[in-house]
Design a protein around this ligand. Structure first.
Ligand SMILES: NC(=O)c1ccc[n+]([C@@H]2O[C@H](COP(=O)([O-])OP(=O)(O)OC[C@H]3O[C@@H](n4cnc5c(N)ncnc54)[C@H](O)[C@@H]3O)[C@@H](O)[C@H]2O)c1
Length: 293
């Protein structure tokens, strides 16, 4: 049932990370894939990759936070494919992690634009194309488990990711009479360009990884791509307004973790956040303050 032949799928930010894995997964499942990507080199890369894989692909260099670019995407998709079956709102970024009161107005505006506002704009602009395909069309928006729990040093990102859930639930109700579904995926830390976990964790802490998350590893972009395929497919025909956590069991664990003997505990077991080598006192990651999900 995961066959998207004759279906058109738009992935925003499909040039790398989760978006790229998702674009490739839909392509492998037979879809016509549209990617909106701001970075021209990444756009070229994904265009070549999809074409080499024999996927009917349309890669548009576009900034989804610009309404003119979004309007251009609508026209291009309509001319090339006539309509849209699946919209995946993937673009999002925590940008920087720090205590709430240190965020400037400009940073808050930027986080709003990158994590929420474009989801409103792109979804509203694409609705006429989704309506052309009618019942069975669907919208999937990328969120984070930081939108479901408290996330120290990520207050603004967490707030906007939580808002993605609120938007998704109401949109699902408004579109349900037409048979168009809306769902969100809430992720735990996943290895991407934005979150290069394997580079970010110092060697001294790598042995903690099997106990960091219940399923014993961080996410790979393909984990999310699989969830998106399911949510967009007829297998999920009765699923709307829902949040699918793709998190290796992190939300189920809540505050539970495993100590070095693998016994479950709710008591902190290491010093620091894991991204800092306590013996060196220096962070080893590219974006030192952060450990977002
Ligand atoms: N990686 C994680 O650990 C993680 C965890 C939770 C949630 N998420 C969410 O998953 C989504 C994807 O994250 P990722 O880690 O793959 O990100 P990423 O930064 O690795 O990839 C995002 C892609 O979007 C493109 N992009 C950025 N701004 C754009 C814009 N304005 N217009 C068009 N394209 C743009 C980038 O060039 C890049 O190719 C985001 O919404 C993120 O918040 C990621």
């Amino acid at each position: 049932m995961i066959d998207f032949t004759q279906k058109t799928v738009l992935v925003t930010g499909g040039g790398s990370g989760i978006g790229r894995a998702t674009a490739e997964a839909f392509g492998s499942a037979g879809a016509r894939v549209v990617v909106a990507e701001i970075n021209p080199e990444l756009a070229d890369e994904v265009r070549n990759q999809l074409q080499q894989a024999g996927v009917e692909a349309l890669v548009v260099q576009a900034d989804v936070t610009l309404r003119a670019d979004v309007a251009r995407m609508v026209d291009t998709i309509e001319q090339r494919f006539g309509g849209l079956d699946v919209l995946i709102n993937n673009v999002g970024d925590y940008l920087v992690s720090k205590p709430f009161e240190q965020f400037s107005d400009e940073e808050i505006d930027r986080l709003y634009s990158l994590n929420l506002r474009h989801i409103f704009d792109v979804t509203r602009a694409m609705l006429p194309l989704l309506r052309k395909q009618g019942a069975g069309a669907s919208i999937i928006s990328l969120s984070s488990i930081e939108g479901l729990r408290g996330a120290p040093t990520c207050a603004i990102y967490a707030a906007f990711k939580a808002a993605v859930g609120g938007f998704t639930r109401t949109l699902a109700l408004e579109l349900a009479p037409e048979g168009i579904r809306a769902n969100e995926i809430a992720l735990e830390t996943t290895e991407t360009r934005q979150v290069p976990v394997s580079l970010a964790i110092p060697d001294a802490n790598k042995h903690h990884i099997p106990r960091w998350i219940p399923l014993g590893r961080f996410g790979q972009p393909q984990d999310c791509a699989g969830a998106a395929l399911y949510l967009a497919s007829p297998l999920a025909a009765w699923v709307t307004g829902s949040t699918l956590t793709v998190d290796g069991g992190a939300m189920a664990a809540g505050g539970w973790m495993r100590d070095p003997s693998c016994a479950w505990t709710t008591i902190p077991v290491i010093t620091g956040n894991g991204f800092i080598d306590a013996s060196q006192g220096a962070p080893a990651q590219l974006r030192p303050e952060a450990q977002p999900a």
